[in-house]
Design a protein around this ligand. Sequence first.
Ligand code: NIG
Ligand code: FE
Length: 429
Amino acid sequence: MTGDLLIENLAEVATAEGISPRRGSEQGRVRRTRHSEGIEVLCREGRIAFVGPAAERRASFGDLSDLPRLDGKRGTLIPGFVDPHTHIPWAGTRETELFERLAGKTYQAIAAEGGGILSTVAATRRASEDEITGNVLRHLDWMLAGGTTTIEAKSGYGLNLADEMKQLVALQRAAAEHPVRVLPTLLAAHEVPPEHRADAGGRARYVDLICDEIVPAVAARGLARFCDVFCEAGVFSPEESRRVLEAGIRHGLAPRLHADEFADSGGAELAAELGALSADHLMAVSERGIEALAGSGVTAVLLPGTSFFLKKERYAPARRMIEAGIPVALATDCNPGSSYTESMPMIVTLAVFALGLSVEESLTAATLNAACCLGVGDEVGTIEIGKRADLALLDAPNLLHLAYHYGVNPIAAVVREGRLVYRSGGRIV
Ligand code: NIG
Ligand code: FE
């Protein structure tokens, strides 16, 4: 379902340009179109047909009086955010862990005691497909309200064939009835499940199960586009991760991975070697890892919400990666343990204040570069003629307010393929 829409009275349209990832000094190259008379954006059959001053639009297209209109109210239009790393098909919450962490316990210590990922695995295994579908819809609503129009979403709380499938089917069902576009990832290698921990051969058998049964079954049903692994000291080694990702590649699932989140585990090097679409987290990436990523074509997906929420002093070395010419993208990592937020505006704030990115670099990271590392950079991620009209209207006079006015939701409206799909609620009395 695509639409026609004329968005009028905009103070600014801010967008990166092109269909390939921006790196180095290009990462901050954003076009900001302004005109005293106001800017208009015309969407036709779901795609961008015009961007420019109102007078120019009238000269080229006439008065278009029969078209639905959206008053931009002198706000700023940006591409809908693309969130390339989320874990939203889960059940149960872990707010008690937050209090343990605030009292000084580490995320890893909580996991070692049976909390962490495995407690969400237990809750997700108990939950029905309907319940998980309902949960996904709630997260998608929050995402849409924050201006997100495309996401990646991972399984990884099932850790057996039936429950990984249940998560992916729930994602598919929720996506079918929601405006946010969902690109699914199989993350069966998120942890070693409890039933494979009893004896020394258990983890090897679980890796075999993933490669020989889970990957082929998920791929055959078309339930995932990508395959991911938590490559980390104490979770999956680079060798185990390579096996899983190669099985994915054999079955048409493009590789991406959780790399060097807490310790330098060789994940960045593995991502470069396999030509992965992205290496994600990279809080603890080494200089060797950065050198391997540079020039490899792999996008670094940075998740500053995770450093923030886990109260880490360390954030990924974003400036060093941009200097090295690695395209940088941003994501929420939305999950119940290490980063419970759906808000890309919050992530942009953290990118500016904690990663040291400019607002322009952050916009590119949260739109075009994110789209490219999901393989959809030719369709979305910028506001250019021919691209899909996936757009977020900021209640802000210019792009800089995206970081400047912090801690509020700046999103006034969201358009998906030319249809108005969200408008912020206002005062009712
Ligand atoms: O990306 N690192 C692994 N997975 C998630 C956390 C998942 C959880 O704690 O439930 C992450 O941070
Ligand atoms: Fe993650």
